[in-house]
Design a binder for this molecule. Structure first.
Ligand SMILES: Nc1ncnc2c1ncn2[C@@H]1O[C@H](COP(=O)(O)OP(=O)(O)OP(=O)(O)O)[C@@H](O)[C@H]1O
Ligand SMILES: [Mg+2]
Length: 335
């Protein structure tokens, strides 16, 4: 069966695509989303291979940028799939995350702008990174090298999304030390929950010993095929296990989503009107609104503790009302 995606764009130049994407996205998105009070560093992790980590990282990042945020994608997988999908050169000589982690190069020296999407940046990964797991072992502060590099990066950013490799080695540990939030994509397939316990135990370990703020903030169901009973069973099981973390939006299986990387593009520019693009935009919106609610709660806590009015409290309360209404309509849409 064909999905209901729209055909590719007629104007197949980068500027034409960007303009078309912006028009389509602005028509769908409306106003820009609230920006987080401080940079949100999100670790996209699942040691299971092929569950949609990279696809989710690049498409969410592009969605957030199109919503008006400044976003950096850090490709932490030697496969370099996120770099490819963002159209970023990552052959062996390109300065990359390897130089940052192993050689101590500043992150600013390796970050490149993503040409198709304003406000989106990428720190590429090259094949060198394949040796980093071993090279890092003998280095000082081996688990916190990424965290230090991010702390020294002075460009203003709203989000950093880190695309992890399908393993729980030192690269993923570096990401978990650098980030505050873990985003787990779960593919709506049999065995979806297998190995998740191990991932959650690793999050607990890193939280206990290296990064007390780390928590699983977001779970996203990917490659959801509404035609199969299995997908809805898996989705139900995940929603029963993790209640508040699971986004209401799930990402459908869509040909356009899987085609986009071969053109060095996210689905947001490849086919902005497709179901995949719209789902990622919706997921990004949920993530931004949830973040605003968390900021509001933190600001209110400050108010209670110090008697100082929380700057974001009033603004975010409005957002909360809005999001509750949105939530109801989205849920109705799924029924
Ligand atoms: N919503 C979707 N619809 C159709 N295909 C998808 C979708 N999401 C991901 N894919 C495809 O599934 C495959 C795996 O996705 P992806 O590379 O994002 O997973 P990954 O978890 O990053 O994999 P790895 O563990 O190897 O890093 C890719 O070929 C991708 O194009
Ligand atoms: Mg990947």
């Amino acid at each position: 069966m064909q999905d209901s995606d729209t055909p590719p764009l007629a104007d197949d130049t980068p500027i034409g695509r960007a303009a078309q994407a912006a028009v389509t996205v602005m028509a769908r998105v409306g106003e820009p989303l609230p920006r987080p009070a401080q940079t949100r560093v999100m670790v996209v992790a699942n040691q299971k291979g092929g569950v949609g980590k990279t696809t989710t990282t690049v498409n969410l990042a592009a969605s957030l940028a199109m919503h008006g945020a400044r976003v950096l994608v850090i490709d932490l997988d030697p496969q370099g799939n996120a770099s490819t999908a963002l159209g970023i050169d990552h052959h062996a000589e390109v300065p990359s995350i390897y130089d940052v982690l192993v050689e101590g190069k500043p992150l600013a020296d390796v970050v490149q702008p993503v040409l198709d999407v304003e406000g989106l940046f990428c720190c590429p990964a090259t094949i060198d990174l394949a040796g980093a797991e071993i090279e890092l072992v003998s280095l000082v502060a081996r688990e916190s090298r990424l965290q230090r590099a991010i702390a020294a990066y002075e460009q203003p950013l709203d989000y950093i999304l880190i695309d992890c490799p399908p393993s729980l080695g030192l690269l993923t540990v570096n990401a978990m030390v650098a980030g505050r939030e873990v985003l787990i994509p779960i593919q709506c397939e049999y065995y979806a929950l297998e190995g998740l316990g191990q991932l959650l135990r690793n999050v607990d370990l890193v939280r206990a010993h290296l990064n007390p703020e780390l928590h699983v903030s977001t779970i996203l169901l990917t490659m959801y095929d509404a035609r199969t009973r299995l997908a809805s069973q898996v989705a139900e099981e995940v929603r029963n296990h993790f209640t508040s973390e699971v986004l209401r939006t799930s990402i459908p299986r869509s040909v356009r989503v899987s085609e986009a990387p071969s053109y060095g593009q996210t689905v947001l520019t490849y086919d902005p009107g497709s179901t995949g693009a719209l789902s990622y935009l919706e997921a990004a919106k949920e993530i931004a609104l949830r973040g605003a609610q968390a900021d509001a709660a933190a600001a209110d806590a400050t108010y209670v503790a110090d008697g100082v009015p929380g700057v974001y409290a009033q603004q975010a309360r409005t957002i909360e009302d809005h999001s509750t209404m949105e939530g109801q309509s989205t849920m109705e849409g799924h029924r």
